[in-house]
Design a protein around this ligand. Structure first.
Ligand SMILES: Nc1ncnc2c1ncn2[C@@H]1O[C@H](COP(=O)(O)OP(=O)(O)O)[C@@H](O)[C@H]1O
Ligand SMILES: [Mg+2]
Length: 1043
């Protein structure tokens, strides 16, 4: 159902979900699923498997893990579910279980049993059980020991398959690796559920194959494997001819005269398996010897015995004598005895014993019988070895009585051929028995379950109209007569008197042309009617091995020793032996909880992907699938434990129980009132309420539930998605918040560290700066220490170099203060009334720094007024008179004429007055018109030019300072004072006065619109005559002022 609604939406995964089922439905559903590689389908707990003939990757570890401890509803059908359930039943409830695998040859039975084995071994490898008690150390040693044994058992179980397949399997037209025997295997588990050993039984080896094969088929694998894999020397030692397969009569009966590709490799596997099953080298050798002997026996030929007069008896061909010796050697018997046994037979009567020679058919029959018997023994021997290896590897200790078993039965399913003989009879009998067992067990189980669950229902009503089957073959009389026909006749006689619905023959129903007179009889099995032919029936049943062989090979047949001298008791027939073994098997299985695997093959040609509906239908009928489904379904289509039911269907429109039933509400009530009632499926004719399970009667109710579930799913998915996303979101958010929190802390931490470092750096830097400043200041202090006592007041003191930048302002201020202080100190030595003169001198200093004129001009006392008494014209001057001096002035016009005048300078203007200063000559020139002064550098040179610009300012004044007498003043430097007075006046008027110091004076004698001329000041060559202005003899516009 899980599969049905999810992964496995192909067809229907469980046949009991069909409301009414026919064989056609079965085939159709199987075909639909097969086409999608769904090879498994359930009929309730029965698994139907269709052989895919290709590897579908269904048996990987992933699948093993997927099916461990799963319920049937939880996963799509798979054989692992069967294996797991069998193991679970065993481990949980301590009940023996068995898995019965049946189906036609080639349908995948043996593969299925291997897959189950693989699952069980793998499960063991995961340790299903709990640790045994004891100290920790001894426990771990114990565990290791048990583990090693478990592995060993699993290995033997798996390894032995290749050995058993070599001896028991053959290539047939239906299956390249067809098991020619039935196999029942008990895998023993200890109380913890670990494999702890095992045992095997075989049923009905197809011995006839040793001497005869159908066309296209081979003898048992081992013969071919030996020929392909034996080294040359070994082959020689065993006396096997070197030639091809054709040299072995027994190997080419089916016309297959070529070795298979894998025979040699498989032979290696066989010898490996022999090692792991602990064959001694002697035993290994015996196996090879006996196998070789069987092959050689096939080559034994007879010829007419010339000594025999009746000409009917035979002897071993003379060309075979050598071979007989070889054969006797291989079988370890005396050659004489062997020859005798091959050609004659001892008849023992009460009083005597006579040897009677064989005719040719008898001899051939005897030879073949010997070959078959030897091979059968060999096969049993190998089986026994495997068994004892499994027993030896087991690890049952004191808990031996707690061992449990899983039985796996791999046996031919119901067989029906064109001509059916003794083998089919036995096999079908066996299947019939198993089917009967199945029905009985199912009924028992059902009844038990109903009782356990408190459901009032009788299981016997489930078996339907046909009633429990009764093995049809059981009614046949034991086949005693000597001839097949006699046997048939006897059967017919018996059933005429006591008619049975199961037996029929041509004699009993003459109109039935399907059977031949005196050859065929029909038995109606549970699965259908099968016509058997009695030909060779009795021979096959007697399975005679003449006593003489046993006597000849006393070693191999110990019972031959005494028997040869006594009247022979009839040995048990093959049929009887088989019947007994099946009865024993059935008895064993009856105590177990059975699981079934029904194998089908999809086509007769071993083709992957092809599905022959007719063939499958035929098999489905004989496997009784329909009946199985009917029996499983007759009671209830589905039974589910309440918790599982709730789990699965609580989402169907049931807010009362979704997502969780209210606490304390029993699951049964929840299922009934909240789910089924809402869906209106709760009536007694639809469902029954057991103690722990809900029983759903019809498949349609199951579908209604499923549909309700499918309808509800999208909403639930949304809810789940919502919650899931919400949860993801919350997880993300929590992570995010945590990340942010961590980030904050980390960043904070980093920042604090950086801050601390920074602060430290700042403190250091500050201290350092302070230190530098303090150091510099101290240096400054040191440099200027006692500066007040020094004569130069620290003028020559060097200020310390490279002061810190922070001190720049301060130092500048300091310098200023220091300079002011020094100036103050220096000024303090100057009397107050001398200060204006000092200020004037300062003004000249700036202009005439570095000139002789300054050095000469400064030391003297500056008077300002040198025209004494003060000229009257001064009163007419604007502003206070600052300077007056007698001068000669160069006049313009024609030749340069020098006139004596008095120069007057006030704070606002410059004027000329007459010689005595009584009156002004010309206008007062405003000081603002004074453009510049021009004078030479040399001290004592009294000539100066005052240049005036501007409208109404008048022309430039070229003058020479003179004494009162009018002679040029050369003894004393007074022009310095004149410059200082003019400059100071200009400064007070808010402007500076440019002074041109040069070797010559600049004088614009023709007004300021003409170019200026240069005036050279010179001493006149001859004294007297007063100063003159003449053109220079050198020309070039240069004038000479001669003093
Ligand atoms: N489940 C399976 N998956 C793949 N191939 C299979 C499967 N079952 C059977 N076969 C193939 O079919 C062949 C015959 O199977 P086998 O088990 O020997 O048949 P049976 O024992 O019924 O005669 C195998 O050799 C194998 O190639
Ligand atoms: Mg098989």
């Amino acid at each position: 159902m899980e599969g049905q609604s999810n992964e496995d939406r192909v067809g229907i995964s469980d046949f009991i979900l069909y409301d009414s089922l026919t064989n056609e439905d079965i085939v159709e559903n199987l075909q639909e699923r097969f086409a999608k590689n769904k090879i498994y389908t359930y009929i309730g707990e029965i698994l139907v498997s269709v052989n895919p003939y290709r590897d579908l990757q269904l048996y990987t570890e992933k699948y093993i893990a997927d099916y461990r401890n799963r319920e049937r509803y939880e996963r799509p059908p798979h054989i692992y579910w069967v294996a797991d359930t069998a193991h679970k039943t065993l481990a949980r409830f301590g009940q023996d279980t068995c898995i019965l695998i049946s189906g036609e040859s080639g349908s995948g039975k043996t593969e299925a049993s291997k897959v189950i084995l693989q699952y069980l071994a793998h499960n063991a490898a995961f340790g299903a059980g709990a640790a045994p008690a004891g100290s920790r150390q001894s426990r771990s040693i114990d565990r290791q020991r048990v583990r090693a044994q478990v592995d060993r058992v699993a290995e033997i179980l798996i390894q032995s398959t290749s050995l058993l397949e070599a001896y028991g399997n053959a290539q047939t037209t239906r299956n390249d690796n067809s098991s020619r025997f039935g196999k029942y295997m008990d895998i023993m588990f200890d109380f913890k559920g670990d494999p702890a050993g095992g045992s095997m039984r075989n049923y009905l080896l197809e011995k006839s194959r040793v001497v005869h094969q159908q066309s296209g088929e081979r003898n048992f694998h081992i013969f071919y494997q030996m020929l392909a894999g034996l080294p040359e020397t070994e082959r020689k030692r065993l006396g096997l001819p070197q030639g091809s397969l054709r040299d072995f009569a027994y190997l080419v009966q089916g016309g297959c005269a070529a070795l298979g590709k894998e025979d040699a490799a498989n032979f290696r596997k066989v010898t490996q398996a022999m090692d792991s099953v602990q064959f001694s080298s002697d035993e290994k050798d015996s196996c090879l010897r006996v196998t070789a002997a069987v092959m050689l026996l096939g080559n034994m030929e007879y010829e007419a015995d010339p000594e025999d007069r009746s000409n009917s008896s035979v002897r071993v061909k003379s060309s075979c004598r050598q071979a007989v010796a070889q054969l006797a050697g291989l079988l370890r018997v005396p050659p004489d005895g062997l020859v005798k046994a091959l050609t004659s037979r001892r008849i023992v009567t009460a009083s005597d014993s006579v040897d009677k020679a064989y005719d040719l058919p008898q001899a051939t029959y005897a030879r073949d019988a010997l070959a078959k018997a030897i091979y059968d023994r060999l096969f049993n021997f190998v089986f026994e070895k495997v068994n004892s290896a499994l027993a030896a590897a087991g690890h049952f200790g004191s808990d031996g009585d707690k061992r449990r078993a899983i039985g796996i039965l791999d046996i031919y399913g119901f067989e029906i051929f064109e001509i059916n003989s003794f083998e089919q009879f036995c096999i079908n009998y066996c299947n019939e028995r198993l089917q009967q067992l199945f029905i009985e067990l199912i009924l028992k189980q059902e009844q038990e379950e109903y009782e356990r669950e408190g459901i009032h229902q009788s299981a016997s009503s489930l078996t339907g109209p046909s009633g429990p089957v009764r093995p049809a073959g059981r009614d046949l009389p034991a086949p005693r007569p000597a001839h097949d026909r006699e046997f048939l006749a006897r059967c017919e006689r018996e059933f005429q008197q006591r008619p049975s619905p199961h037996f029929d023959s041509r004699k009993l129903s003459p109109a039935d042309k399907a059977m031949q007179h005196e050859r065929d009889f029909r038995i109606t099995h549970y699965a259908g009617a099968v016509v058997y032919s009695v030909e060779n029936f009795l021979d096959k049943n007697k399975d005679t091995l003449y006593q003489d062989f046993k006597a000849a090979a006393v070693q191999q047949w110990p019972e031959g020793a005494e028997a040869s001298n006594r009247v022979q008791k009839r040995p048990p027939s093959a049929g009887l032996l088989f019947k007994q073994s099946i009865q024993a098997l059935v008895q064993r299985l009856a105590g177990m909880r059975p699981h079934y695997v029904r194998c089908l093959k999809p086509n007769g040609s071993k083709q992957p992907g092809s599905f022959d509906s007719r063939l499958v239908e035929h098999q489905a009928r004989y496997l009784n699938l329909l009946e199985s489904a009917r029996v499983r379904r007759a009671g209830f289509a589905l039974r589910l434990p309440y918790p599982y039911f709730l789990q699965r269907y609580k989402l169907c429109d049931s807010p009362a129980v979704w997502p969780h039933p209210p606490p304390g509400m029993p699951p049964r009530d929840a299922a009934r009132s909240s789910i089924l009632a809402r869906l209106q499926l709760d009536s007694e004719d639809r469902v029954r309420y057991g103690v722990s399970k809900l029983f759903v009667r019809h498949a349609r109710t199951v579908f209604a539930l499923e549909q309700a579930r499918v309808r509800a799913l999208p909403a639930v998915v949304t809810v789940i998605q919502k919650h899931y996303r919400g949860r993801l979101g919350r997880i993300y958010f929590a992570k995010y918040r945590l990340a942010v929190w961590i980030q904050t802390r980390v960043r904070g931490l980093l920042a604090r560290r950086r801050f601390a470092r920074l602060r430290a750096a700042c403190i250091i830097a500050r201290r350092y700066r302070r230190y530098k400043i303090r150091a510099h200041v101290l240096r400054v202090c040191a440099a200027f220490d006692g500066v007040a006592r020094r004569k130069d007041l620290g003028r020559g003191v060097e200020w310390p170099e490279r002061p810190p930048a922070a001190l720049a302002g301060l130092l500048a201020e300091l310098r200023r203060v220091h300079n002011r202080w020094r100036a103050e100190r220096m000024l303090a030595s100057i009397p107050r009334h001398e200060r204006p003169e000092f200020r004037l001198k300062l003004a000249s200093c700036e202009l005439l720094l570095g000139t002789d004129r300054l050095r000469a001009g400064l030391p003297r006392h500056w008077l300002g007024e040198y025209q004494l008494p003060r000229p009257r014209a001064a009163a007419k001057m604007p502003g206070q008179l600052l300077f007056s001096h007698p001068v000669v002035k160069a006049e313009r016009g024609g030749a340069f004429k020098m006139t004596r005048r008095c120069l007057l300078i006030s704070g606002l203007g410059v004027a000329k007055a007459d010689q005595r200063g009584a009156n002004l000559v010309g206008p007062v020139r405003p000081l603002a018109g004074l453009a510049w002064l021009s004078l030479t550098r040399s001290a004592g040179d009294p000539a100066v030019c005052l240049a005036f610009d501007g409208r109404g300012a008048g022309g430039d004044l070229l003058m020479i300072l003179t004494t009162e007498a009018g002679a040029p003043l050369t003894g004393e430097e007074r022009l310095t004072e004149l410059v200082a007075v003019l400059r100071r006046a200009c400064q007070l008027a808010g402007r500076d006065l440019p002074v041109r110091l040069a070797d010559r004076l600049t004088f614009r004698c023709h007004g300021n619109s003409k170019p200026a001329c240069q005036v050279e000041v010179k001493q006149a060559a001859e004294a007297g005559g007063g100063p003159r202005l003449v053109k220079s003899p050198a020309g070039g516009g240069v004038l000479q002022l001669l003093l």
